[in-house]
Design a protein around this ligand. Structure first.
Ligand code: NAD
Length: 485
């Protein structure tokens, strides 16, 4: 039996072992072909309640394990991602429609997330404070308790593991709710890895399902912290619910990320960066380049170079051979993309490449001469579309970049001094100079501001400890303190 053999998990959820779900089952579909690859269980609200009760029971013992024991589980998990990378990548390619390089990035990052997290159990757990009283005073970090992780379809593995690994390492138990369209890549794989890595029973549960299951993992009374990655609309609902229930919610939401091409930049290199930023994984990345701002002096050359790239990229089934772009995740998303492209042209934009599709395979598309209020410029597209406009002065481009509700990622190409001056004036969770907008590393604090999220961060010890622990003030005196009463 292979590591991901479906006889273990088909039609099931995981709560203290693989079991039937009371919410029924859902097909696992391959967007490139429409084939049914298997089925996952759908967790009902009752399943979620059972998992939350079990998570709360199991958490204190897990938190009390020696740091080296928790670290060892995370290290073994890291190794398992590497040992079974080929099989896991096969699922990511077929279920999420990602190309081989994207699937490789997911398993590689998953391993790194676990290795980084393996250092968290032995990380200093707080501070020794001074005190004006005759006491010892400590601010110490304690696990939050039960953490819910809700993940989207696009990078299903990375966006689950980046919260699951540090939350577990820091002594929490976790309820994982992947997107139902990618419940194997973003759920079953993690469950199998931690099962094999020796995580104690009850500490991690897998609860696939849609918005209702998501609402249930937010509302379960045992849950103290919610880590949500997804759309701004759903994130608002999760945030509202968490606020009402006085829970902490880390919200990593949508983006409409700007790439600025400064005067004097090498156009061929800039167009290569711009094409990657907009077309990688069919533009279905929160950090995808959604707005290209190009200096007047390079504008026409850049549009031409980008359009040429778009026209030459291969689009097809990523399981069938090397292609640059695979399918869009489903028809709903495809229709959203196509409506925005058609709307952009109706609003005065110029279609420089693409704009067509065969089934779920959308051609990489370049839209030029867009006004700032053109829908393709103002909204997140989440498709392989590169909207381009021009600027003449640095003051102007600062205003244009900042004139958007989102604030996740910005790329600036060109002279480093000018780019740094721009960076100082731009509001964004991440800024990459001489890179396009898509970048993520397990040890770097990832997150956005404005409509892109609450400004919380994942990645690296500082951000992860802040996200998945609570501070406790602890004081101690040599004897009982004297009081005037
Ligand atoms: P989505 O919000 O529809 O779904 C994301 C997850 O939330 C899924 O698991 C879904 O089942 C669940 N969900 C939906 N409604 C819910 C609710 N009311 N309560 C609880 N859970 C709910 O997202 P999508 O459109 O499928 O994914 C794409 C979006 O995700 C884009 O906007 C993209 O920018 C964003 N995203 C953000 C990041 C980031 O790190 N900032 C990363 C990837 C994707």
């Amino acid at each position: 039996m292979t590591f991901l053999d479906s006889s273990r998990w088909d039609s099931k959820i995981y709560v203290d072992g693989w079991r039937e779900a009371t919410g029924g089952t859902q097909d696992v579909l391959e967007p490139a072909t429409g084939a049914v690859l298997g089925h996952v269980g759908v967790a009902s609200a009752a399943d979620v309640r059972r998992a939350a009760t079990r998570a709360a029971q199991a958490q204190p013992d897990w938190a009390a394990r020696r740091p080296e024991e928790r670290a060892a589980v995370l290290r073994r998990a890291g190794q398992l991602w590497e040992d079974h990378a080929g099989e896991i990548q096969g699922w990511i390619i077929r279920e999420s429609g990602g190309i081989e390089a994207k699937a490789g990035l997911e398993t590689h990052t998953a391993a790194n997330e676990c290795y980084e997290a393996a250092a968290l159990p032995s990380h200093p757990a707080g501070e020794v404070l001074t005190s004006n009283e005759d006491r010892w005073s400590f601010a110490r970090r304690r696990p939050s308790g039960v953490v819910s992780v809700i993940a989207p379809f696009n990078f299903p593995l990375i966006l689950s593991i980046r919260s699951v690994a540090p939350a577990l390492a820091l002594g929490n138990s976790v309820l994982l709710k992947p997107d139902p369209r990618t419940a194997v890549s973003g759920g079953v794989t993690l469950m199998r890895v931690f099962e094999e890595a020796g995580l104690p029973a009850g500490v991690l549960s897998l609860l696939p399902g849609g918005a209702e299951t998501g609402a249930a993992v937010v509302e379960a009374p045992e849950v103290r912290v919610v880590s949500f990655t997804g759309s701004t609309a759903a994130g608002r609902k999760v945030g509202e619910s968490a606020a009402r229930l006085l829970k902490r919610a880390h919200l990593e939401l949508g983006g409409n990320n700007a790439l600025v091409v400064l005067p004097g930049t090498d156009v061929a290199k800039a167009a290569s960066a711009g094409a990657f930023g907009s077309f990688m994984h069919q533009g279905q990345i929160c950090m995808s380049t959604g707005r290209h701002f190009v200096h007047d002096s390079l504008y026409e050359d850049y549009v031409a170079a980008l359009a040429q790239k778009a026209e030459h990229l291969l689009v097809g089934d990523p399981a069938g051979g090397p292609v640059a772009l695979g399918p869009i995740i489903d028809e709903k998303q495809l229709n959203h993309i196509h409506a925005l492209v058609e709307g952009a042209v109706q609003a005065g934009g110029r279609l420089a490449a693409g704009g067509t599709h065969e089934g779920l395979f959308y051609r990489p598309t370049v839209l030029a001469d867009l006004a700032l209020d053109n829908p393709a410029f103002a909204q997140e597209i989440f498709g392989p579309v590169a909207p381009v406009t021009r600027f003449s002065t640095l003051d102007e481009v600062v205003e244009m970049v900042n004139a958007n509700d989102y604030g996740l990622a910005v790329g600036i190409l060109g002279d480093v001094g000018a780019a740094m001056k721009l960076a100082d004036r731009i509001s964004s969770g991440k800024i990459h100079i001489n890179e396009q907008t898509v970048a993520d590393e397990a040890n770097a604090p990832f997150g956005g501001v404005g409509a892109s999220g609450t400004g919380s961060r994942f990645g690296g010890a500082t951000a992860n400890i802040e996200a998945f622990t609570e501070v406790q003030w602890l004081t101690m005196r040599p004897g009982i303190a004297p009081y005037p009463f």
